[in-house]
Design a protein. Structure first.
Length: 275
């Protein structure tokens, strides 16, 4: 095993092979956000979002490479103000010599990515993409539709969904099927694929950030949509991605700790009014 002088460029090569940048959407920003390709890497910390708490966790676990799903630099910055969260995060990363890398819509699209992990956690088999990738890379595309390994009553499926995603509740619109045999998923914000999921034969569609107009359409169409939250539908994929990287590192003979954040949680909580 190689335990010393593991360069960031070596890790980037592995990441670009496992999650090709060409699989990302044209509007996206993926890859190295900050850092130097020739710096040594001693540990990796993975999470969904680039936050100051995550930066503190990286320092605590002695990881000098942070890999997030959401990029800290998404749209071009007009200024770098350290009283703004994004700039403060990058400045803190540079100050602590921590490199930052993002795998966003390319991780959504590839096999063993965000949607594959979500479908797998819900026992959805024989999946096909809701929108196939135009890339020649080994991508499945955005969203997935398939059959449940075992048909489930609608309420039992929702109970299982809440358990898998560690959510106390989910929002449901449209008619919940009595028995669910086919389902579709899209981690993150997936309103745009709701109609596609229905056309693909799904009886229920699980995503996050469902728009009001989409929910009203589902109600009128008699199609069931579950809004399980952006964080909930995507964070399931981070441990799966970590396991994939551990396997890739092992194949390359690299002994490098890969840690999934234990501090990061859903930024949206629930307030339940007293009756």
């Amino acid at each position: 095993m190689i335990t010393a002088d593991i360069k960031l460029r070596n890790i980037i090569e592995i990441l670009d092979h496992a999650v090709p940048p060409s699989c990302a959407e044209d509007w996206d920003n993926v890859g190295l956000m900050s850092g130097h390709p020739d710096q040594d890497v001693r540990g990796v910390l993975m999470a969904l979002d680039p936050t100051m708490e995550l930066l503190e966790e990286a320092v605590a676990v002695n990881a000098n490479l942070i890999i997030t799903h959401h990029p800290v630099i998404f749209r071009p910055w007009r200024h770098i103000r350290l009283d703004e969260p994004g700039a403060a995060f990058v400045a803190g990363a540079i100050r602590n010599a921590i490199a930052v890398f993002a795998c966003h819509t390319n991780l959504d699209a590839v096999r063993h990515g965000i949607n594959d992990a979500l479908a797998g956690a819900l026992d959805i088999l024989d999946c096909r993409p809701l929108r196939p990738s135009s890339s020649e890379e080994p991508a499945v595309g955005l969203g997935l539709s398939g059959r449940l390994r075992r048909p489930l009553p609608g309420r039992e499926f929702l109970q299982m969904l809440c358990h898998v995603l560690k959510q106390p509740a989910v929002r449901v619109c449209g008619q919940l099927p009595e028995i669910i045999q086919r389902a579709a998923v899209c981690g993150g914000s997936g309103s745009e694929f709701a109609a596609v999921a229905r056309r693909c034969g799904a009886q229920i569609y699980i995503s996050g950030e469902i728009k009001h107009s989409t929910a009203r359409w589902a109600e009128e169409a008699g199609f069931c949509i579950v809004d399980a939250g952006h964080f909930g539908t995507e964070n399931t994929g981070i441990p799966v991605f970590a396991d994939l990287l551990r396997g890739q590192f092992k194949e390359q003979g690299l002994e490098l700790p890969v840690i999934v954040s234990t501090r990061q949680c859903d930024p949206l909580g629930l307030f339940v009014a007293q009756s």
